[in-house]
Design a protein around this ligand. Structure first.
Ligand code: MN
Length: 192
């Protein structure tokens, strides 16, 4: 199992992340934002990541953004830098339905010899400004903060009627896609 611990303290937030890639999907999460906790837990469960996230802060926007940054840093550290990487699969994708909603996610975590490429495409329309205790605009903000700090390319496309279903399908699809991409592929002999 590849692991990384990150502590991130600013004037706005105090974040602790402990990550194990290729774990059993164990979660211990408290960000003070209930729906965000639910999403991070489902991400870890379906991605088979062992994940501890403890976060507090002044505003929910800052907490969501800074957890994205810290989780991205944890993935980058766990996977390793140039020359440190094992022979990872690199690409992963998943399409996850949840009742009337469907989310599709594709990721590129970067080549063994490279540092990764950071890019986010997020094509999701929300009909409501909030879902439970989270602003729907913060979901994209989380994904793009995560991608930028992990050096991942992440594409997310989703549609549906129920915002809770749509977002939950996104986090499940992201977890499954990243589980595939981070697996070691023994057949891989090259660094590209
Ligand atoms: Mn749910």
């Amino acid at each position: 199992m590849k692991t990384a611990n990150i502590k991130r303290v600013t004037e706005e937030t105090n974040i602790k992340v402990e990550l194990g890639i290729n774990g059993v999907g164990r979660q211990d999460i408290n960000t003070t934002i209930k729906f965000f906790d639910h999403m991070l837990a489902t991400f870890a469960k379906h991605g088979f990541f062992d994940l501890v996230v403890k976060a507090e802060g002044d505003l929910s926007h800052h907490i969501v953004e800074d957890v994205g940054i810290a989780l991205g840093e944890a993935f980058k550290k766990a996977i390793g830098g140039v020359g440190e990487r094992e022979k990872t699969v690199r690409y992963g994708f998943a399409a996850v339905p949840m009742d009337e909603s469907i989310a599709r996610c594709a990721v590129d975590i970067g080549s063994i010899g490279g540092a990764g490429r950071s890019y986010t495409v997020f094509e999701v329309e929300f009909g409501n400004e909030r879902v439970e205790d989270v602003s729907t605009e913060n979901i994209q903000h989380f994904i793009s903060s995560f991608a930028a700090h992990a050096n991942f390319t992440i594409h997310v496309y989703a549609k549906g009627e129920n915002e809770h279903h749509k977002i939950e399908a996104i986090f499940k699809a992201l977890g499954i896609a990243l589980d595939t991409a981070t697996r070691v592929e023994e057949r891989r002999k090259t660094r590209d």
